[in-house]
Design a binder for this molecule. Structure first.
Ligand SMILES: Cc1cc2nc3c(=O)[nH]c(=O)nc-3n(C[C@H](O)[C@H](O)[C@H](O)COP(=O)(O)OP(=O)(O)OC[C@H]3O[C@@H](n4cnc5c(N)ncnc54)[C@H](O)[C@@H]3O)c2cc1C
Length: 533
């Protein structure tokens, strides 16, 4: 095809999250295909957006920027450089993330006073259980023993020994997986309630395979060996100290939250001639056989429908919605796609004058030092507590206030999801008061954000996902990418790599589509590992 023929080619992209925006910018950088991005929401960023509530910014879930991929690390820095006061120019920074480690040599440092920068953040997150703080990941140290008490610790030890001598076999459910590795008592104490809060189903209904894939590297034997070894280690053993320091998790974080990255990418797309239509939803797809010819889009404001003819269609919308729009005739494909499971998510933003000092490490106004805290208390529904001030002080309008995110895992339409906003803010504040963290009279303001389909789940009909994948692969110019777009636990980098894979394939005349499905198929790092304990 000659360059003149190619000039008017259009790629419609459903969704302006990390995947959709990466695809659009890469198309503009590397081809003359015009990307038209259609986004149902009123802002860009997808789940990685930052919600601005009266000058206070909310990050939904807390987004660490880390990737094993050099391409992704460079790409991010090409949009937002690392702030000058975070490292010396040319000095390598060591970033660590969920057991992985990498060096980052910032290519150029931006003036520290600049707003369009990424910060290097150090993570602190702990578990709150029995109204006490435990280290995360859980350590067998003096603090844990003191928190649990001698008797309970012995019970846990006995139950672990028992699980080692009488193993559950076959190991078919997630409960079997946990009990075999941690013993029944530790499983019930630290894993059961939280996992069920996250997924909304009992651990007996989740397959053991899920645990094997997602919870690599967590082992009681390792923890015990480490605890015993550390007793014999000289306190002056500096090499060990250095190793431990190097394992402190550090990651990049845009000064104004993850959405800042995607707002800047969107600005560049529009400047380079791409289109982004906010509050527009893809509602239908036209096809001739196995080729997509046009996409139907509805304007959320005036409900007007518009037909956009296209040469390529990159979809980051949920596989369930995409498949329904393609109107398959195979009953198996229809059933599996329609029943793909998801978990939804809500965050209540609470602005406070102060918190109760539940911990020796709290600041004067009671603010906890953590980025986030896992709430394991069974008498409340809250799953995690974000302290936005500790991600970046720029997320908070008034530095004298504390800006919290109370996170709930739920299902669209359930009691939590359906609660009206004012009631939900009150409910969330009461929960935090109940576990002793705040006094409700300290609350100044609050808001609620709902995130539908935050977690594509790997159980139920997902077991037969290959049927749907094979069906979608049959379309010559269709590229399902991204988290819900591929029904994968993608972090931002996986979604970006898949989007880049789609662009490569488009530029190679449709070759290499199967490579896209390999991304994040075996990686061991996901935010859900956190979500389990
Ligand atoms: C609690 C939580 C914590 C996380 N923590 C991290 C982290 O620390 N680090 C990290 O890198 N990642 C993290 N992630 C993952 C990250 O949020 C996602 O990987 C990323 O946002 C996925 O990008 P995406 O473009 O694939 O999908 P999305 O962000 O879901 O974007 C898809 C977009 O498509 C739009 N859309 C859907 N249907 C239609 C339609 N019919 N028409 C038009 N538009 C449509 C949606 O509105 C949305 O904007 C976390 C996620 C969660 C839920």
């Amino acid at each position: 095809m000659s360059p003149t023929d190619r000039r008017n080619r259009i790629a419609v992209i459903a969704g302006a999250g990390p995947a959709g925006l990466t695809a659009a910018l890469e198309l503009l950088r590397r081809s003359d295909i015009t990307p038209i991005v259609v986004e149902a929401d009123g802002q860009v960023g997808g789940i990685s957006k930052t919600v601005n509530y009266r000058g206070n910014r909310m990050d939904l879930g807390g987004h660490r920027f880390f990737s094993k991929s050099d391409w992704v690390m460079r790409w991010w820095q090409g949009i937002l450089p690392v702030a000058g006061d975070q490292a010396d120019s040319g000095e390598a920074l060591r970033l660590n993330y969920q057991g992985m480690s990498r060096e980052l040599r910032p290519e150029a440092l931006a003036p520290a006073s600049q707003d369009a920068v990424m910060l290097v953040r150090r993570r602190l997150s702990r578990i709150f259980y029995r109204r006490r703080f435990f280290d995360y990941p859980l350590k067998l140290n003096a603090r844990t023993l003191a928190n649990m008490g001698l008797i309970e610790t012995m019970r846990i030890g006995l139950s672990y020994a028992q699980a080692q001598s009488i193993r559950r076999s076959p190991e078919s459910t997630l409960e079997d997986f946990f009990v075999n590795r941690f013993g029944n008592r530790l499983y019930r104490t630290f894993f059961k309630d939280y996992t069920e809060k996250v997924w909304g189903v009992p651990c007996q209904e989740i397959s053991a395979e899920w645990g094997a894939q997602r919870i690599k590297g967590l082992s009681v034997t390792k923890a015990i060996t480490h605890a015993v070894a550390s007793r014999f280690r000289s306190s002056a053993d500096t090499s060990q100290k250095q190793t431990e320091t190097s394992l402190i998790e550090r990651f990049l974080y845009p000064k104004f939250g993850p959405g800042q990255m995607w707002e800047e990418v969107a600005r560049r797309i529009v400047t380079a001639g791409g289109e982004i239509h906010l509050r527009h939803r893809v509602v239908g797809i036209e096809r001739t056989g196995c080729e997509i010819t046009a996409v139907m889009v509805r304007d959320g404001e005036d409900s007007a429908a518009r037909r956009i003819p296209c040469d390529h269609f990159i979809s980051t919308m949920p596989v369930r919605d995409l498949t329904a729009m393609l109107q398959p005739t195979d009953d198996g494909v229809i059933r599996v796609a329609d029943r793909l499971p998801y978990r939804d998510f809500m965050t209540a933003g609470l602005l406070l004058k102060g918190m109760n000092s539940t911990d020796g490490r709290a600041q004067k106004n009671g603010m906890l030092p953590d980025n986030w805290v896992y709430i394991q208390e069974p008498d409340v529904k809250i799953g995690r507590l974000q302290v936005f001030n500790n991600w970046s002080s720029a997320l908070v309008a008034d530095p004298l206030t504390i800006w919290l995110g109370l996170e709930y895992f739920c299902r669209q339409g359930d009691d939590l999801w359906s609660m009206d906003d004012a009631r939900f803010v009150d409910f969330a504040a009461r929960e935090l008061e109940k576990i002793g963290m705040i006094d409700r009279r300290e609350v100044i303001d609050g808001t609620v954000v709902r995130v539908p389909k935050a977690y594509p789940a790997y159980f139920g009909e997902y077991r037969e996902f290959d049927k749907v994948r094979a069906y979608l692969d049959g379309f010559s110019n269709l590229y399902p990418v991204g988290r819900n777009g591929m029904h994968r636990y993608n972090n931002q980098d996986h979604s970006m790599l898949a989007a880049n894979g789609a662009v490569n394939s488009i530029l190679n005349g449709g070759q290499g589509k199967s490579e896209i499905w390999r991304i994040n198929a075996e990686d061991g790092y996901h935010e859900q590992i956190d979500a389990v304990a």
